[in-house]
Write a protein that binds this ligand. Structure first.
Ligand code: DAH
Length: 337
């Protein structure tokens, strides 16, 4: 191939635009119909299956990067154009470029980690109906498992979703397997706000359905994710547990990276920290979504993004995420990616 993908990647990352003309030059070079990205996509289309496998992922990565960069450059221009306007001394001072919120940094890393192994992204509503949030997940009306989560009810049929597991159902209802998807979003629970809990937080949910999916696949996927995010020395542990929508079910623990398992407040001196739940999809859930349980099996897991972010950046109070304290957020500036 006449292109060196690594060089293109680096050139995109290093691109700059100090004015609209330079931004347009960037756009023409990479994103326009005759740009490098669409040429790469053409090359990909016409390659052998073997080549597709080898370079497809890299090209998609470059495409994503190029679009992201365009957005960044135009946002930067917008801000710097504002500051070019003749100064009005009565205005409050314009802040310098902001930094990404730590939850966004971790969310973006999580998406990239799972995209690398073929998971796509799905979405669902935050105001959810009873079927998707509970009943289809094998939690029928009056089942005691409804009390596992303190729910905000909107009326008798609608709730603020208590878990991103509701998106699993939406995906299974309208997709023929194989399914390999993650979803990220806000969830709501009627809990008192403290250093360890909040009534609004974020979860990431993964769902994999195919023929012959086993617990081994589940374990390896979680292990892969943990190593990618926390580094190669991290260990995982799956503890038997109960969730209505999985059988068997387990709680996911990772080795405490704050104290290296020597024992600290965060891991309550156990050396392990819980980050979420997992299990093999209960056949009842497959039935509810009209997926043939004789042919397909699958696994799912759900994890708290705040919890993961707290571990990754050694943050000890969950309230910091929502207080908008600029000193707190600025610390993450150097990590902006
Ligand atoms: N939805 C569960 C919760 O919010 C977490 C969870 C457990 C998600 C097991 C899953 C799963 O997908 O398989 O507590």
């Amino acid at each position: 191939m006449k292109y060196d993908l690594e060089i293109i990647k680096k050139e995109i990352a290093d691109s700059k635009a100090d004015n609209k003309e330079e931004l347009e030059i960037y756009r023409l070079k990479y994103i326009s119909k005759k740009g490098i990205i669409s040429e790469l996509m053409n090359i990909l289309k016409n390659s052998s299956n073997e080549d597709k496998k080898n370079i497809g992922q890299k090209i998609n990565e470059i495409k994503h990067l190029a679009k992201q960069k365009l957005l960044e450059l135009s946002q930067y221009l917008e801000i710097s154009t504002i500051s070019d306007i003749k100064e009005d001394l009565t205005l409050p001072p314009l802040e310098k470029l902001g930094s990404k919120h730590p939850l966004s940094i971790v969310t973006n890393s999580l998406i990239q980690i799972f995209q690398k192994i073929g998971f796509n992204l799905s979405d669902g509503p935050e105001i959810e109906d009873d079927w998707h949030n509970f009943t289809a997940l094998n939690i029928p009306p009056n089942h005691p498992a409804r009390a596992m989560q303190d729910t905000f009810f909107i009326d008798k049929d609608f709730v603020l979703r208590t878990q991103t597991s509701s998106i699993q159902i939406r995906k299974m209802e309208n997709t023929t397997p194989p399914i390999r998807t993650i979803s990220v979003g806000r969830v709501y629970r009627n809990e008192a706000i403290s250093a360890r809990s909040n009534c609004i937080f974020h979860q990431i949910e993964a769902l994999y359905i195919n023929k012959k999916v086993s617990f081994k696949d589940l374990k390896q996927t979680i292990y892969y994710f943990a190593k990618e995010l926390f580094g190669k020395n991290v260990k995982i542990r799956l503890r038997p547990s109960y969730f209505p929508f999985t059988e068997p079910s387990a709680e996911v623990d990772i080795s405490c990276i704050i104290c290296n398992q020597k024992g600290c407040k965060i891991c309550k001196y156990t050396g392990w920290v819980e980050i979420g739940g997992t299990g093999m999809i209960d056949p009842n859930v497959l039935d509810n979504c009209k997926i043939d349980k004789k042919i397909y099996s699958g696994f799912a897991f759900g994890m708290g993004i705040e919890r993961i972010t707290m571990l990754k950046y050694k943050i000890n109070d969950l309230r910091l995420f929502t207080e908008n304290n600029i000193k707190f957020i600025r610390q993450f500036k150097k990590l902006n990616i």
